[in-house]
Design a protein around this ligand. Structure first.
Ligand code: HEC
Ligand code: HEC
Ligand code: HEC
Ligand code: HEC
Length: 495
């Protein structure tokens, strides 16, 4: 039977086609109606329930919360401390204690005093005051170790102060001078326009990067905004010049090598390592950059897809504002797209972390050793000129180590890129050690003892930190200075 015959002889067949078509139409219409109602209820809930009229910069999230109780309820859950995955979680953890080699890598810089795993956004202000990295200004001889720039990623009060003081003046101020002004943890105003509730970029760093490279962040798509709001803080940045102006070093590209070239061209370093006298770039946390280079970033996913999954509540669909490890709720975070079991998905994450941690654990102690070899060479008469190529290698190796280590989710966000960067770090570290050993040999040093840096206390005492003094000053600071800040903030209606 030819094709023509088949069609011409079967009017009943056409009937079936029409019937099926009509049925499909009905089903589709039904689906559309469902989507429209769902959308409507979502939008309606946003605009009909407004009980607070919020205008301008409002750092108090509880006021916004009256209009958007679901988002506020979940937002408040960032105060929880009840989850631990294999490597991460929402509890504070003393990382220097677990990995004392890091004290050597950061010798001469505030990170050698204190470094903890991040917790929820709820704690940004509390954690900032309590860290030894900012010093205990106002107690004994302790001075401000940081500029106000350090507050930038911690609070919507920053926006108020930037508006009041001007951005450049704000960055320049000493950290403690704004202690009674910057008092609310990360909040709604950091990511939303109060009138339209649209996502908005409030931090100048991202806006200025777009301007420098001929773009405008206002043209970003919604998908891009669902990541860019996070990129306001979860990125690599540095404090430029004497004005400590927060700047994103992305002009040559987002890869570790691109940013390194940017910094090298400026001969920029954050500190000189106190053990090896190497000028070091301290990586912040290139979460956004590395994410873009991983499988999900390359497929166009956004941070919010896993960290702020949709929740349905009585027909209203909203975004879960409890920003935390997605492993806390795999079904909402992953199973909307993947059909694998929770256990499989969890193991896929752990597998990636295991591999990256394996490389990191190889690199970290060897990099610390490279710093120490340079110190021993210096003690035995090696000159700066001789040591310059070793220091160059150490600088490059440490940048690569930190690039991955400081980006807490990188092992999952971009496992291949993380492994690539760490591998070069390992290569450069062993090159540095080889060269340092040659120099030691040239100076007649064939035997030497390596210091015992097996605990945080031993490593800190090796680099000459007086921890009991620093801790006593901090305790005094928390007891005398911070309560005054809070009192003033309350009196001025800031909290
Ligand atoms: C205004 C700056 C800022 C913005 C915007 C921001 N973060 Fe954060 N984020 C932080 C800081 C600071 C911490 C560490 C807080 C601490 O340890 O006190 C943090 C911590 C986290 C954590 C760890 C939480 C835990 O329980 O350990 C996750 C996950 C996270 N952020 C994801 C995101 C995502 C996703 C976005 C965008 C939707 C985002 N953040 C936007 C500054 C920011
Ligand atoms: C770190 C950034 C960030 C903070 C802080 C934040 N949001 Fe959101 N919010 C988002 C993102 C991302 C979305 C998803 C937007 C989209 O997909 O268009 C969103 C969506 C919303 C929506 C739209 C409906 C929904 O749930 O998807 C409302 C309303 C909202 N947020 C309210 C709030 C309130 C109230 C606060 C403070 C208690 C807050 N947000 C804090 C990033 C943030
Ligand atoms: C495909 C899902 C997915 C996307 C999209 C995603 N992440 Fe993650 N993120 C994870 C997973 C999984 C972890 C590891 C959690 C663990 O091991 O407990 C993680 C970890 C993190 C952490 C460390 C959390 C902690 O407890 O210390 C931060 C911070 C983070 N992500 C930020 C981001 C940012 C910023 C973006 C967007 C640029 C993003 N993530 C996009 C899945 C995702
Ligand atoms: C919005 C959809 C979406 C969500 C949510 C999502 N993924 Fe994916 N995932 C993808 C896509 C798309 C790919 C790329 C698949 C491909 O190209 O075959 C992918 C790839 C992967 C891969 C393979 C990556 C590789 O190395 O090539 C793993 C593992 C994975 N996802 C785990 C997770 C986990 C765990 C979560 C939750 C934390 C998650 N995904 C959340 C869409 C999603």
């Amino acid at each position: 039977m030819s094709l023509k015959e088949k069609f011409s002889t079967g009017p009943w067949l056409i009937g079936i086609f029409i019937f099926c078509g009509a049925m499909a139409g009905v089903v589709l219409l039904g689906l559309l109606a469902a989507v429209v109602t769902e959308k409507r209820s979502e939008v309606a809930s946003i605009f009909n329930n407004k009980v607070e009229d919020i205008k301008g910069i409002e750092p108090k999230s509880e006021r916004w919360g009256k209009n958007y109780p679901r988002e506020y309820q979940t937002f408040k859950q960032t105060s929880e401390m009840n989850f631990k995955s294999k490597y991460l979680g929402n509890m504070p953890e003393d990382i220097l204690e677990a990995r004392p080699d890091m004290v050597i890598l950061w010798a001469g810089y505030a990170f050698a005093r204190d470094y903890r795993a991040p917790r929820g956004h709820w704690y940004t202000i509390e954690d900032m005051r309590a860290t030894l990295r900012v010093g205990s200004p106002g107690v004994g001889d302790s001075k401000d170790l940081q500029p106000a720039t350090c507050w930038t990623c911690k609070s919507p009060d920053v926006l108020r102060m930037m508006e009041k003081m001007g951005v450049a003046e704000y960055y320049k101020a000493p950290w403690s001078s704004l202690g009674s002004e910057i008092v609310n943890p990360i909040g709604c105003a950091d990511c939303h326009d109060p009138e339209t509730m649209e996502l908005t970029i409030t931090r100048p760093g991202v806006i200025e990067y777009y301007q420098r490279t001929g773009g405008d962040v206002k043209n970003a798509t919604i998908g891009e905004m669902r990541s860019l709001v996070c990129a306001q803080c979860h990125v690599e940045y540095y404090f430029k010049g004497d004005g400590k102006y927060l700047t994103l070093p992305w002009d040559k590209g987002l890869k570790a090598e691109d940013m390194e070239a940017y910094y090298d061209e400026l001969e920029y370093s954050d500190f000189v390592n106190a053990v090896s006298k190497t000028p070091i770039i301290k990586t912040q946390h290139p979460d956004y950059e590395l994410f873009l280079m991983g499988p999900h970033g390359e497929k166009g996913l956004s941070c919010a897809d896993c960290h702020m999954p949709y929740v349905s509540d009585g027909g209203v669909k909203y975004s879960n504002h409890h920003l935390v490890s997605p492993l806390k709720d795999i079904s909402a975070s992953c199973q909307v797209c993947h059909r694998d079991s929770e256990e499989t998905l969890r193991n896929l994450v752990y597998e990636r972390f295991d591999s990256i941690v394996e490389l990191r654990s190889r690199l970290e102690p060897e990099l610390a050793k490279a710093h120490i070899l340079v110190k021993i060479a210096m003690e035995n008469g090696a000159t700066d000129e001789e040591l310059a190529p070793v220091r160059k290698l150490i600088r490059a190796a440490q940048w690569r180590w930190d690039f991955v280590v400081a980006s807490h989710g990188a092992a999952f966000h971009a496992p291949l890129e993380s492994a690539r960067v760490l591998s070069h770090g390992i290569d450069k570290t062993f090159q540095a050690q080889l060269l340092a050993n040659e120099i030691l040999f040239k100076h007649g040093v064939t035997e030497f003892d390596l210091p015992d840096i097996s605990t945080k206390e031993k490593a800190q005492s090796y680099i000459g930190l007086d921890m009991p003094l620093l801790e006593a000053q901090k305790a005094e600071f928390m007891k005398t200075v911070v309560p005054k800040w809070i009192e003033t903030a309350k009196a001025n209606g800031r909290i």
